[in-house]
Design a protein around this ligand. Sequence first.
Ligand SMILES: Nc1ncnc2c1ncn2[C@@H]1O[C@H](COP(=O)(O)OP(=O)(O)OP(=O)(O)O)[C@@H](O)[C@H]1O
Length: 338
Amino acid sequence: MPADPTPTSGAHASSAAGAPAAPQRLAQAALRDLPWEVGVAKPDPAIVVDGVVRTFGGLTAVSVDHLEIQRGGITGLIGPNGAGKTTLFNLLTGFDQPDGGSWSFDGRPLGKLASHQVARLGVVRTFQLTKALSRLTVLQNMLLGAQGQKGEGFFRALVPGIWRAQEQANTEKAMELLHRFKLDTKKDDFAGTLSGGQRKLLEMARALMSDPKVVMLDEPMAGVNPALTQSLLGHVKDLREQGMTVVFVEHDMDVVQDISDWVVVMAAGQVIAEGPPESISQNQAVVDAYLGAHHDAPLTVEEEDQALVEADAAISREKNADGDTPRRERTNQKGTDR
Ligand SMILES: Nc1ncnc2c1ncn2[C@@H]1O[C@H](COP(=O)(O)OP(=O)(O)OP(=O)(O)O)[C@@H](O)[C@H]1O
């Protein structure tokens, strides 16, 4: 446990002048004095998870005893590949069903609901690989995000006035969001022609069409060029400024440190640590989980030299043993052995 869990931001619930505090500050203030403990209760949780287990055959992909997500904050969900982050997202948003356990949003159980019902209650998500439909235009993709609103039902569709008014409102809202995400000039382009980063922006913009209260972003920055990364980061912070609760999965620790109010670490399906961003690098369980998982990280120059020396020695041994041509060329060692 930490010796001093004091955040570096110095956020307070209200400014010295007594002006209302920004949501970001409220969330940070709410999280400030919490112990850095797995399962710690949050002052005002939007989402509460209890005993959620998901297995695939013999593999336990998710086994979360207790987890609370603070309302109005940005929570980063990190962990090595295969830790269960996406599976947990899938479960919480109704895209997958668990073997057991329960979870709620604003005290309302979500466990039995399908993804579109969860979205209607205000919990939406984006996907690691964007789901933008490439043969629809950008604007059409946005309008799909408005599903479940007035005008969609069969009987309402029989009353053209309601339908048309709704459609117009949706289009206006879509254009406002596209403008905010700097995609308005692309409204008539097919989504398939957008760059990876623009698709991520479209995915985020589309998620906002249903006026969500909780936004869950699965690797929003992955594959995005540095210029757009800054823009995306700004948009994520904006969501918090607008009072939304944000949970995001991310591998880039600089991004996690930059925007998270709180970080939850998963490994092998379980939550192994949680705390403010600055607590995470000090946590031995986290360091162990990452070191254990990063055996396939790029080698340092010294490690590479050592590997080449060992490879040379192995080739010589092979040659001496059977007097034959070595099975692999030396230049191939690095690529084939990892
Ligand atoms: N549909 C599935 N069928 C079988 N196994 C699955 C399925 N979905 C996930 N898994 C397994 O569950 C474990 C957790 O996967 P998950 O994708 O949730 O991890 P993750 O933390 O999101 O990883 P990454 O960071 O690589 O996206 C992995 O071992 C994965 O192979």
